[in-house]
Design a protein around this ligand. Structure first.
Ligand code: MG
Length: 256
């Protein structure tokens, strides 16, 4: 079932989204060579506690067979595209780090991701992040009343394919509100003009994740979470929670 939000509810979701933006800023400021992923998770936990917010990620288990997620952020390094666990792994100079964060505030959820290089950036990583960011921007621009989900999906994929990236639609964007994952699914590739029609009040997370090698395949580690490119190439993942409004897309997880 697809739920629509009132302007007041969208304002409340913006408050949750602002906490997510602060988690990103704190994690980005703390990320450096030699820092452990567990330390970044701790930094993000402090932001949640200061805001009086809780984590929709911590303990999340989409299937009975999935071990509950142990962190408040997914930290995905290099060939890890999604769902990286905050382990004691130390960041190294030149790593490419994705920080996917969520916050629940007053019962409303925000969800967003950023990807950035740690220390000395590799030019290829900067190109990958640029492509993924432009795909997110194109997807957001398509999130207007009268369009369909397929228009968002097609806009994302057009940028990714033009950049030579691999795209897999097993994981993608989603409706979001009082729970993190709601209808509709927002695939990162699809046909323009198809799918659910967008109406003012629809709130969706839009989240392209691209694989630099151009291969669409991935594999998941034995931990049940860590999702890596099958070809070993690096990955980038960026995401915003976005409200469809009559005044255009409103990004609810942008920095304040
Ligand atoms: Mg998401």
């Amino acid at each position: 079932m697809i739920e629509l939000r009132t302007p007041g509810e969208i304002d409340a979701m913006r408050a949750a989204g602002a906490v997510v933006a602060r988690m990103h800023a704190a994690a980005r400021a703390a990320a450096a060579p030699g820092v452990r992923l567990t330390q970044l998770d701790a930094v993000a936990r402090d932001v949640l506690a200061d805001a009086g917010a809780t984590s929709p990620f911590l303990g999340y288990a989409p299937l009975p067979t999935t071990p509950p997620f142990p962190g408040v952020v997914c930290l995905s390094v290099n060939d890890v595209a999604l769902h990286g666990i905050p382990t004691p792994q130390e960041l190294e100079d030149g790593d490419l780090l994705s920080v996917d964060a969520g916050a629940t505030l007053d019962g409303w959820v925000g969800d967003a991701a950023i990807t950035f290089p740690v220390g000395t950036p590799r030019p290829a990583d900067l190109r990958l992040v640029d492509t993924t960011t432009r795909a997110l921007e194109a997807g957001i621009a398509a999130a207007v009343p009268g369009n369909r989900i397929g228009d968002v999906s097609a806009a994302i994929a057009a940028v990714g394919r033009a950049g030579g990236c691999g795209i897999n639609t097993d994981h993608g964007g989603h409706g979001i509100g009082r729970t993190m994952h709601a209808d509709p699914h927002v695939p990162n590739e699809g046909r323009a003009g198809r799918g659910v029609r967008l109406r003012a009040g629809l709130v969706i997370a839009i989240e392209p994740w691209f694989l630099a090698g151009g291969d669409d395949e991935y594999r998941v580690d034995a931990d049940g979470w860590t999702l890596r490119s099958a070809d070993g190439s690096r990955a980038a993942h960026v995401e915003h929670t976005v409200a469809v409004t009559d005044d255009g897309p409103r990004i609810l997880t942008a920095p304040a």
